[in-house]
Design a protein around this ligand. Structure first.
Ligand SMILES: Cc1ncc(COP(=O)(O)O)c(C=O)c1O
Length: 332
């Protein structure tokens, strides 16, 4: 086992986090699951820019890449309520870049809260240019075309910031967790996380592997892709990060559950709503309706089924709270 990933220092990075995010114990929630396991959260929702969330870890490396390549504009793609797009806009504002967001209407919701509240409201506040595209548009092709028009000034960031460079942010988070394990004198049997564009899980897996742990220390819950696709894409992405770190990832390192996908991406489920409400009422903490709410619902179901009896678990709170305001009708 190692404590450092020296190769991470080979990559440019712009500091957006204030330091390690806290790990906190959910003592009142543990009582609701009959003390079956010790339950902790990694507060990546507390990253201090633009409302916070997991994407800032990726954006540290993506901004480093953009600076190294002499760019001054970030272009990215996502759904209308993309947290990644919002944090791209905030990060660009923080360093004096411009952001262009190519947002598609992929989720079948057309009420005003979904279309204009939450993330898009903040995108506008951060001064980003928004391109509003229909659900079937090729957002990445549109982004590449805009980059050509800007004649080399723009870095195009794929969905969720999950390029090989972006995902280094979560390899770095794995290093942070290992340091916190040592400091706390506790070892997490599982690190549980939502899987959307796959990069958070892929980065964690590649990071833990580079530090001599098993990738199966990470349990993902897919909220976007069907199971087989989520597994193969996450493996491919983890291998991309591993190649940058000089480590190695195989299929047995990728654990993904699809039990909380429900009717599809961005569509609410009863178990997500119950998980949001339990976390809010027992701990005063906010999950989001699209990602962490579904993943936490899956974790609760697994705990209640006895899957983790006697174990110590770490759930990564990935942010996304502006999305709550977009789901006002569903959560009322
Ligand atoms: C709040 C939140 N949690 C989790 C995720 C999932 O991360 P990834 O796309 O890296 O799988 C996202 C991605 O958009 C997100 O916005």
């Amino acid at each position: 086992m190692y404590l450092q990933m020296p190769k991470l220092n080979d990559f440019e990075r712009v500091s957006l986090l204030e330091g390690p995010t806290p790990i906190q114990r959910l003592t009142r929630l543990e009582q609701c699951v009959d003390g079956r396991c010790a339950l902790f959260v990694k507060r990546d929702d507390l990253t201090g820019l633009g409302g916070g969330g997991n994407k800032l870890r990726k954006l540290e490396f993506l901004l480093g890449q953009a600076r190294a390549e002499g760019k001054d504009t970030l272009i990215t793609v996502g759904a209308r309520q993309s947290n990644h797009a919002r944090l791209t806009a905030a990060s660009a504002a923080a360093v004096g870049f411009h952001a262009e967001l190519v947002l598609t209407r992929t989720v079948a919701k057309s009420d005003d809260d979904y279309l204009y509240n939450g993330n898009p409201l903040l995108d506008n506040l951060f001064g980003a240019t928004i391109h509003d595209l229909p659900g079937d548009a090729d957002a990445l092709a549109f982004a590449e075309q805009r980059a050509r028009e800007l004649a080399g000034r723009a870095l195009v960031i794929p969905a969720g910031g999950s390029s090989a460079i972006g995902m280094l942010g979560y390899a770095s988070c794995a290093e942070e967790i290992v340091h916190q394990e040592v400091a706390m004198g506790r070892y997490f049997d599982k690190v549980v996380v939502a899987n959307g564009s796959h990069g958070t899980q892929a980065g964690l897996v590649a990071g833990f592997k580079a530090l001599g742990h098993s990738g199966s220390k990470v349990q993902g819950y897919t909220v976007l892709s069907p199971l087989a696709e989520a597994c193969s894409n996450t493996l491919a992405k983890a291998q991309q990060v591993a190649a940058l770190l000089g480590s190695d990832v195989t299929a047995s390192d990728i654990l993904i559950d699809d039990s909380e996908l429900g009717p599809g991406y961005g569509i609410e489920t009863a178990s997500m709503k119950a998980a949001l409400s339990l976390m809010a009422r027992r701990q005063g903490l906010l999950l989001d309706p699209v990602y962490s709410g579904k993943a936490f619902a899956g974790l609760l179901a697994a705990i209640n089924a006895g899957k983790y009896d006697g174990q110590t678990l770490l759930f990564v709170m990935t942010g996304g709270t502006p999305g709550l305001f977009a789901y006002r009708q569903a959560l009322a």
